[in-house]
Design a protein around this ligand. Structure first.
Ligand SMILES: [Zn+2]
Ligand SMILES: [Zn+2]
Length: 394
């Protein structure tokens, strides 16, 4: 396996860090233990450390031994999810109801491994910014760092991030230019009628018929209004009404998410959605309150950086193991906010192997990051720096 020996030698240490993070998972913007350990280790290796960026974010700055003006950002996410761990691996979560079910423990350990290696060798020309971000899971920690001056204080000519993927085998890497992950929007709809006795619905305005028709209308937006070659997902994930068998409720609340891959589709879906909500509510004499929130933009890789990352990954896992044909995923990533500020690429690393939990889907209670992936990920990160920050021509 062409992972350089010195990086492969870091595997036991990265594994120990990863399992320790796994056993002590922290929710978004609460990653004080994790961020503290990250900062402590970076400082011990002689890397300049900046803490508290975007609340619990950490940035390490390392200059190469050779002169160079280019600056490259490498990013990992540190947060866990509010869910119980249901497997009994030895390093399982010791915090009830909190779990690293997305592998951010592994991403943090890989970036630490790359940082340690690069701090020892400093065999590059320019500056590396190691970006450890908080709160990726729905809380827009990347945006918090950007708004806190991340790229003003630590400018990056390009920025790269990695994510593990249990649906691909270990040793396979998916990388492509263009949209990799979807835009993420959320909605809350409240339809208000007028409550009445269950025996006398005509004395009130029952919001349920309107709400169920709206539910059906929303389901037909994607199937009937969106070009079959385009991609959009609309999921009503919560539907709440009522408190009793003999009371017609006055309010129905529906909540959910819309995912799209292209900015035009995002705008179109929001328009169709608003029209369906207001039109259906009006037809049923219901008042409507709509909270529509645009969250993560789509994660879009720039072509040059995607090509560089693919070249680097091919050296690590072999050209045959690079997948450039994987369809865009309808999940979202707040690394998108960083790619909005600088060119770069988001690389997906297959992780399904012999290790328990490595093929279990992300955000499942039995998922576990595969430690066998650590040397591959660290080697890719180091390789990106070597290719981006080559010794300038004499
Ligand atoms: Zn996740
Ligand atoms: Zn994740």
């Amino acid at each position: 396996m062409p992972v350089p020996d010195r990086i492969a030698a870091l595997t036991p240490e990265m594994t120990a860090w990863r399992r320790d993070f796994h056993a002590h998972p922290e929710l978004g913007f609460e990653e004080t233990r994790t961020a503290g350990l990250v900062a402590e280790r970076l400082a011990a290796w002689g890397i300049e450390v900046h803490q508290g960026i975007g609340r619990t974010g950490v940035v390490g700055v390392l200059r190469g031994a050779m002169p160079g003006n280019r600056r490259i950002g490498l990013r990992a996410d540190m947060d866990a999810l509010p869910m119980p761990e249901t497997s009994d691996v030895g390093h399982r979560s010791t915090y009830p109801g909190v779990m690293h079910a997305c592998g951010h423990d592994g991403h943090t350990a890989m970036l630490l491994g790359a940082a340690k290696h690069l701090a020892q060798t400093r065999d590059f020309a320019g500056t590396v910014h190691f970006i450890f971000q908080p709160a990726e899971e729905g809380l827009t920690g990347a945006l918090a760092m950007v708004e806190d001056g991340l790229f003003r204080r630590f400018p990056c000519d390009a920025v790269y991030g990695l994510h593990n993927l249990p649906q691909l085998p270990l040793g396979v890497v998916a990388i492509r230019p263009g949209t990799v992950l979807a835009a993420v929007d959320y909605f809350v709809i409240r339809l208000r009628g007028q409550s009445s006795h269950g025996a006398e619905p005509h004395r009130g305005i029952d919001p349920l018929p309107g709400a169920t028709q709206l539910y059906a209308a929303l389901q037909s937006l994607v199937s009937r209004r969106v070009d079959p070659h385009g991609t959009a997902v609309l999921s009503v994930a919560q539907f709440h009404a009522g408190t009793s068998d003999i009371v017609i409720p006055d309010t129905v609340e529906m909540r959910g998410t819309i995912r799209t891959l292209l900015p035009e589709m995002r705008t179109m879906m929001e328009g169709l959605f608003r029209q369906a909500v207001t039109g259906t509510a009006a037809a049923h004499g219901l008042a409507v309150e709509l909270d529509y929130r645009r969250s993560y933009p789509p994660t879009i890789n720039t072509p040059d950086e995607a090509a560089l990352a693919a070249r680097v990954a091919a050296r690590v896992v072999g050209a045959d193991a690079i997948r450039s044909d994987l369809p865009s995923l309808t999940a979202g990533e707040d690394f998108a906010y960083m790619l909005h500020e600088a060119p770069g690429a988001f690389v997906l690393l297959g992780q399904a192997g012999d290790a328990e939990g490595s093929a279990v889907p992300l955000h499942n209670g039995r998922y576990d990051f595969n430690d066998d992936l650590l040397p591959f990920g660290a080697a890719c990160l180091v390789g990106i720096i070597h290719d981006e920050l080559r010794d300038p021509a004499p």
